[in-house]
Design a protein. Sequence first.
Length: 523
Amino acid sequence: MKGYWRLACCFSFLPFLCPANPSFTPLSQTSSHHFFGQHCSSSEKTALLQLKRDLSAAKPESSIPLQPSSGSLLTSWKPNTDCCSWESVNCHEVTKHVIGLNLSGHNLSSLVNSIKFLNLPYLERLNLVNCKIGEIPSFVQKLGGLVELDLSINKIHGKVPKWIWLLESLAYLNLSNNFLDGFEAPPSAPFLSSLTSLDLTCNLIEGSIPTLPISISFLSLAKNNLTGEIPVSLCSLSNLTILDACYNYMSGQIPKCLEVLGDTLIVLNLRKNRFSGLMPWKFTKECSLKTLNLYANQLTGKIPMSLKHCKRLQVLDLGDNQINDTFPFWLGVLPDLRVLILQSNSLRGPIGEPLTSNDFPMLQILDLSSNYFTGNLPLDYFAIWKSMRIKLNGSQMYMGSYYYREWMSITSKGQRMDDINILTIFNVVHLVGNLLWLDMDVGRLWELPLVTSCFGVPRDALSLEMFRQTTLGLLILCCDVSGLLDAWLISPFTRAPLCGYFHLYTKHKRVSFVAKFELSIVS
């Protein structure tokens, strides 16, 4: 029962990682090729018609399409027509051999054991998503030319078979959202293979990360039960561009050798594990990282200054660790940094004035909450963070041949909201839980491009004009991600808490009114 609950949890976040390899287009999203003249092979048509008969002979409830449009999936499979024109069948443009087959959404649970051989010798792409097969079909190992195989969402139990590594042409393998718990006798050393993309997201895999083929470039082991340390053998995967092992139970130090992959690695996501120790990396100027997510571990020490060499970095999440450092002002030189999350650490000291008028030019989300920052919060930062005035367009962050969705956590009113899709949030500055004072001319309040913040006024501020002329220092004690903010603030004059309700929007041009300690900013 535990496994079923875990699977449902994973479904709620689908797609957590979505390979978008141009060479792999789901057959459900493509139309069949229609040809004139030469038709498909008669033996391949016979094999497909036999498969249709097997499906039709199964129990009436055994073919349950996921989408209404796939209800007539096999009705076009007729003996007197060219199989290259059939739905969910793809043929080679020149040879007319069947190279792609999509049976997603059809219940094959009663057929998977009876299909000993699928006479489609030129098949390259096989999509069996959500076919309730319960195990990896044995006939797959006889498909010598298979390049792309998708067996996700199938309630597959047991272990990943060792013969899967012996499929010489297999480049893309998706086994995500199943109940796999390990690997059959994995090789003891990195080995040759054609496999470049391996997705095992949302399974029950236990133990340590196994030895993998050196050809791997995309590896997702997210949301499993992995334990132990990251093996040094992982550093030998010189083609690795995306590594996601978040939501596991791995521990120990993150190996220093991962810095060797810095020139090729685009995404490193080790969020929510139990890693400890320092971050000893020394990235070079060739660093290719776009996302570094180490949220919710037990990391200590300082933020590696070599990160300033990662000029393509867009997301840096080091929140909920034990990092003891000061504000990393030197990250302001990164031209593409959009998300900086340092919440719940032991960062201390002043934030300080920006070094240049172009610091953090693309920053849209900043979370420094629950640290020990002190001193004044320079208003100049808000003036130069022009990107916070621009609404995110909601498109994915494309990274080579893959796209990757980044997630974050926000604590609001004592409640933590995990796995919020960053691409759905506009602009966030979260500073709660520090000892920061905001020295500002309230007449410039329109410059603040914030979604979450809290401001207050002195008790004797009876008019907007008085309020505009007053330079305030306010201790920010609370924050919220909703539109209406409950605020308890301390006035520098009385040191007494002030209570109010504040509306703050990202696109605003003027202060509309101040009355009864209520401030409303409208566009």
